[in-house]
Design a protein around this ligand. Structure first.
Ligand SMILES: [Mg+2]
Length: 284
């Protein structure tokens, strides 16, 4: 009897453990590749101070860039631009506006980006300024520099984008200075035509972005090809071109899978793993 009771007790404990284990595994957080990057963007002192440092460095360079009339940051700048009024061009998403709430939604819901949910988020106009962006743009405007916002948000999202920028007092947040994808037929996702349009009338002294395409259109190569383009413009970084970190999304990610979004999520993930250069591990 004792043996039976003990055996039953052990069996009961084992069954309970099995249920607990099953219950625990059913509630385990989803394995989403965006978790760490988005957590870093949204919560870390390390992200915020990096963004603040980028903008602080640019602010210190404003007098030099304004005063040197041969100074230009736009590859599209041509002709005699020395007498043109100075301007800066900034990307919007993850450059002047922080959309980590959208990215966090993607991660916590274990879903993925879609243009439909993104448009709904943009139209809520709840994004907050990227640390340092407001201070920099206001400092530039105070020194007579016009501020242009060149974003791949779509043309129908212009009113919500302007509303969001105006809410925080970003200077020049108007239809002329907010230049979105598709506003004009030639304004596709590549940004050179819009940089060209600004450079036609202004001397573009600084560019800001979180994505390689915010500086050059030569971004769709392999990882090694992108690094070559980066090196080609080595003297621009930190002086005329200012990159904000974005570990959540960007062309750096798609470069790892040949920019082929038709590949399955599993194939893209494998390509990303294969793109890394791991240590061989400890020797026995
Ligand atoms: Mg961006």
């Amino acid at each position: 009897m004792t043996f039976i009771a003990k055996s039953f007790g052990v069996a009961a404990i084992m069954a309970t453990s099995a249920l607990c284990a099953f219950g625990a595994s059913a509630q385990e957080p989803a394995q989403n590749d965006g978790l760490n990057g988005t957590l870093w963007l949204q919560t870390s002192v390390e992200y915020k101070t990096t963004a603040m440092s980028v903008y602080a460095g640019a602010t210190r360079l404003l007098p030099a860039a304004i005063g040197d009339h041969s100074w230009t940051a736009a590859l599209e700048q041509d002709g005699n631009f020395m007498a043109k009024k100075p301007a800066v061009i900034l990307d919007v998403d993850e450059t002047v506006l922080d959309n980590s709430a959208y990215q966090s939604w993607v991660v916590t819901e274990d879903t993925s980006y879609s243009s439909k949910t993104w448009a709904a988020f943009v139209n809520d106009a709840i994004s907050t300024p990227t640390p340092g962006a407001l201070e920099f743009t206001k400092a530039a405007a105070a020194k007579g520099v016009e501020v242009f916002y060149v974003s791949n948000r779509k043309a129908p999202e212009e009113a919500a984008t302007i509303k969001n920028l105006q809410e925080y007092g970003f200077p020049f947040a108007d239809e002329k200075h907010v230049m979105l994808r598709g506003e004009i037929e030639t304004w596709g996702s590549a940004k050179a035509p819009r940089r060209q349009a600004v450079a036609d009338d202004y001397r573009v002294i600084m560019l800001f972005g979180d994505n390689f395409g915010d500086f050059t259109d030569d971004i769709d190569g392999s990882i090694d090809e992108r690094l070559e383009v980066m090196d080609k413009y080595a003297t621009y970084w930190g002086e005329r071109w200012f990159m904000l970190p974005n570990p959540s999304y960007g062309s750096w990610e798609s470069a790892a899978f040949g920019n082929d979004w038709k590949k399955s999520p599993e194939a893209r993930r494998q390509d990303k793993l294969d793109s890394m250069a791991p240590w061989a591990g400890p020797t026995e």
